[in-house]
Design a protein around this ligand. Sequence first.
Ligand code: FAD
Length: 306
Amino acid sequence: MEQAMKDFFLFLSKNKAMNAAAKKWGLRFGASRFVSGVTIAEAIAAVRKLNQQGLVCTLDHLGEFVFSLEEANESADYCIKTLEAIHQSGVDCNLSLKMTSLGLDISRELCMTNMRRILDAAKKNGNLFVRIDMEDYAHNHVTMEILNELLEEYDNVGTVIQAYLYKASDDIDSLKDKKVNFRLVKGAYKESAEVAYPNKPDVDENYKKIIKQHLLNGGYAAVATHDDNIIAYVKQLEKEYNIPRTQFEFQMLYGIRTQSQIDLAREGYKMRVYVPYGNDWYGYFMRRLAESPANVKFVLKGMFSK
Ligand code: FAD
């Protein structure tokens, strides 16, 4: 997609007025293709359907721009309710979350308190795994620090390494001995060339490098991509280095490349779908539009064909 279009949707994703208004609208503009619902019950129903197709899931309660203690605690409560609903319903699913929604921008202490509450609830509800999504570079160092601290107390937590960052490979090696469960991605935010590869071919090369590095280190890799070349590369590594399928999984987003998701599961790979839900869907939806012209076409078709 034209860089200008990408930037436009990323700019829209940060618009606080639109974000606030969208919370009252319910899912609109075709967002329901990418967001499973507004309530937990809708999200669990979507997960159950995916499970029936052989796909496992991770649920994410959407939340952006959290600047008050009440909102941060409420967001943590939602995470806990989600864990309880996963356990009670018996679906095959874990949890993904963003620490800014738990008050990271208010205070690190508040965020830690909420993280401990969530991880304790995850233990209590079937020892579920909790993935800390990686946000923009401004939050990267603190996220890695917090992960390190939490790993001293919990074994059901992991985070995400973004291949576009120059530091990605060092981050993986710094936690080599802890055999961390990392989700490996290309990276979704707009970052400066001081910290991230500006050119896509370099990102793709570094992505391959860190996937191989983490797998050969013996760590668990959740390779989250829609890119066929990367998927083929992982399959090649599997054969070349005899990597057991219990050491990695593929991940894709809800509503994107759904047939490929099913095909990978049928081939016997663990395929996890990232399933977002909640009324704070606007920013997430705009970022998906920024990623793909196909998604914009889909949305425009939906808007104008009625
Ligand atoms: P690309 O090179 O962007 O795309 C390869 C091909 O995949 C495209 O040509 C297109 O055919 C298809 N494709 C890619 N995206 C789309 C789309 N949206 N719609 C339709 N087709 C598409 N990023 C973070 O920074 N932090 C995170 O915590 C994080 N978590 C993620 C979790 C999951 C499960 C996934 C799948 C992605 C996550 N990302 C995260 C986003 C990631 O960093 C990339 O921005 C995103 O996945 C697009 O890169 P790609 O690897 O799919 O490859």
